[in-house]
Design a protein around this ligand. Structure first.
Ligand SMILES: CC(C)(COP(=O)(O)OP(=O)(O)OC[C@H]1O[C@@H](n2cnc3c(N)ncnc32)[C@H](O)[C@@H]1OP(=O)(O)O)[C@@H](O)C(=O)NCCC(=O)NCCS
Length: 166
């Protein structure tokens, strides 16, 4: 994704994130998420792209953004073989048709191209993502109970996965 295209689709990316968060996805934000917070978040992503710490992949259908995923490239000297998969999101209307799997596969291709063969990620324990990651060869490293906290004080566990690309 180049930065010019990123600027064009920023409103759509914000809407994608808003819709996911505001329908209960665990993506780091409480609902209701505001448009302003979504735009601020994508500006942070843009900074990561500018500093070449982050790769953003976007799926479009007829010019409309329908999914996204990110690769956060570890920048420590001892971590140049490693990346974190972040913010895999498919638009509600497009779920259940293999797009999430396709985005993750595309992220694997991109990671391998950059020599990042050790992938890590975390997901809310019990979410749909767990089945997806396991079916894509990820190994469950463990669970951290009470990792996230909601406005009402409710806490949720997170499950950490890793995968070594061939
Ligand atoms: C998780 C998400 C990306 C999956 O996208 P998708 O395009 O619907 O996924 P796919 O159609 O490629 O399905 C791939 C696999 O995921 C699992 N899966 C997808 N939706 C599921 C659901 N509702 N319940 C349980 N498993 C599910 C299944 O194992 C599925 O494989 P199968 O169809 O062979 O059974 C999508 O639900 C989403 O955007 N959720 C909100 C954001 C989010 O929570 N992201 C994960 C952050 S870690």
């Amino acid at each position: 994704m180049n930065l010019d295209r990123f600027a064009e689709i920023l409103p759509q990316l914000s809407q994608l994130l808003l819709d996911a968060v505001n329908t209960g996805a665990s993506l780091g934000f409480w609902m209701p998420m505001s448009q302003a917070d979504a735009v601020l978040y994508w500006r942070e992503v843009m900074q990561g792209m500018i500093h070449e710490k982050l790769v953003l992949l976007v799926a479009e259908d007829g010019g409309e953004v329908v999914g996204t995923v990110q690769l956060l490239l570890a920048d420590r000297q001892n971590g140049h073989h490693r990346a974190e998969i972040r913010k895999l999101i498919v638009r509600g209307t497009h779920r259940g048709h293999g797009l999430g799997r396709a985005l993750l596969s595309a992220a694997h291709v991109e990671a391998a191209f950059r020599g990042r063969r050790l992938l890590i990620l975390d997901t809310r324990t019990g979410d749909a993502g767990e089945r997806l990651y396991e079916s894509m060869g990820y190994t469950r490293a463990g669970e951290i109970p009470g990792f996230t906290i909601e406005p009402d004080g409710a806490r949720h566990g997170t499950t950490i996965f890793y995968h070594v690309l061939p």
